[in-house]
Design a protein around this ligand. Structure first.
Ligand code: PLP
Length: 402
């Protein structure tokens, strides 16, 4: 029999910052016959998940579930709350913030973009200063990414809320939590957020193709006067249908089965334990990077991301060639680089259904690829991560939680 040299044994390591691997349990929950989306079984499922996602956002108001990726939920947040020509304040924290700004422009809004060097999150002081200058309150919304996926920088959202309040500015507060939701603390109500934008394919461990708008009473009020054209993304049709447990169009039924299972899994583990797990893996990763003598793209620990670490390679070493080598030799995918840093860094995703051994496997592949690619580094990154994870496993609080 001819030898098949194309088969790769074992599981592919999907270590990009989302889509994250989908657990078998969720795949099995989705693998079922389609049900009537206007029947009682669907109604029960829809009511369960529409209510269940509120717990993830910590939102007491409605959460809209779109059959669309995160980009759709960005659009939903803008078109339902704003009118043509409205000014919106946004922060250039990276590639995804830039895409959202570009969308705002295309929709006929007037974005004002506060710059960063892409190595930190949004700066509350700059936002406050900008809002203070807007004495006529022409800015109608402040739009910030909680976690900038392209760089691995997390913005402290409470500080941005405080900045808006300190400037006594009435703008709506729109927050993208696509790559932080169900991975780190997020409190829609308590943090005074008007629209939270979420996605399915990261902390919720689902396939891509579903996204969310969590809505405050102030945003709902604003939606009554918002004049941007909308149809598919309109909240009013959706909320009216959702009230009785249905959707205004054919919903992604099997994704909703998956979401129901995801919510069960997050309940079983406990959200605080999920967050602690993400923090632990982020810290283990950063310790490995430092032990290798490499630089973390996020330059200020205040903004370290619990879900993504960007790793800069030394001058003269191409990060894309590095990722290709890792994929070729170890069947592991790392995240690509963007903007002015293209080819200079790669991203390690440590989010979703990840455990200590998964992250150690990923770090081992980095250390082996550094050697194969002759990137100058010190050995011992995996050891540093292991030492940290051993200490964490010995901590009494973790033993009590598990
Ligand atoms: N916002 C953030 C922070 C993201 O990371 C992404 C995608 O990765 C998006 C928005 C856009 O989401 P999607 O690619 O699902 O349309």
């Amino acid at each position: 029999m001819a030898q098949n040299t194309t088969r790769i044994a074992g599981r592919h390591f999907l270590q990009i910052p989302g889509p994250a691997p989908v657990p078998d349990r969720i795949l099995r929950a989705m693998d079922r016959p389609i049900i009537d989306h206007r029947g009682p079984e669907f109604q029960k499922l829809a009511k369960r998940v529409l209510d269940g996602v509120k717990w993830i956002f910590k939102c007491s108001g409605p959460v809209v579930i779109y059959t669309a990726t995160g980009t759709g939920a960005w659009e939903g947040a803008l078109v339902n709350t704003l009118s043509p020509g409205d000014r919106v304040l946004m922060c250039n924290t990276g590639h995804f913030a830039t895409l959202w700004r570009n969308m705002a422009k295309r929709l006929g809004l007037e974005p004002e973009f506060i710059d960063t060097d892409w190595r930190i999150g949004a700066d509350p002081k700059l936002i406050e200063a900008h809002l203070r200058k807007d004495t006529q309150h022409k800015i109608k919304a402040v739009c910030v990414l909680h976690n900038e996926t392209s760089t691995g920088c997390l913005t402290p959202i409470t500080e941005i809320r405080e900045a808006i309040d300190a400037a006594k500015h009435p703008a709506l507060f729109l927050v993208d939590t696509v790559s932080s939701l169900a991975s780190t603390e997020y409190r829609h109500d308590e943090w005074g957020i008007d629209v939270s934008i979420g996605g399915a394919q990261k902390g919720l461990m689902l396939p891509p193709g579903m996204s969310f708008n969590a809505i405050s009473p102030k945003a709902l009020e604003a939606s009554k006067d918002a004049q941007l054209p909308k149809s598919f993304f309109a909240w009013d049709d959706m909320l009216a249908a959702n009230r009785s447990g249905f959707f205004p169009y054919t919903p992604a039924t099997n994704m909703l089965h998956g979401l129901s299972e995801s919510l069960d899994m997050l309940h079983e583990e406990g959200l605080d334990n999920v967050f602690a797990r993400h923090d632990r893996h982020a810290e283990a990763t950063r310790r490995a990077v430092r032990a290798w003598g490499l630089e973390i793209l996020c330059r200020d620990p205040k903004y370290y991301s619990p879900t993504i670490t960007g790793v800069l390679l030394p001058e003269g070493h191409d990060a894309d060639a590095f990722r290709e080598l890792a994929l070729d030799r170890f069947d592991i995918a790392f995240g690509t680089s963007f903007g002015k840093f293209t080819g200079k860094y790669f991203r390690i995703g440590h989010l979703g259904d990840t455990n200590d051994l998964t992250i150690l496997g990923a770090l081992a592949s980095v250390e082996m690829t550094l050697a194969l690619a002759s990137v100058p580094h010190r050995k011992g990154g995996v050891q540093a991560a292991m030492d940290y994870l051993i200490a964490a496993a010995q901590a009494p609080s973790r033993a009590a939680a598990e």
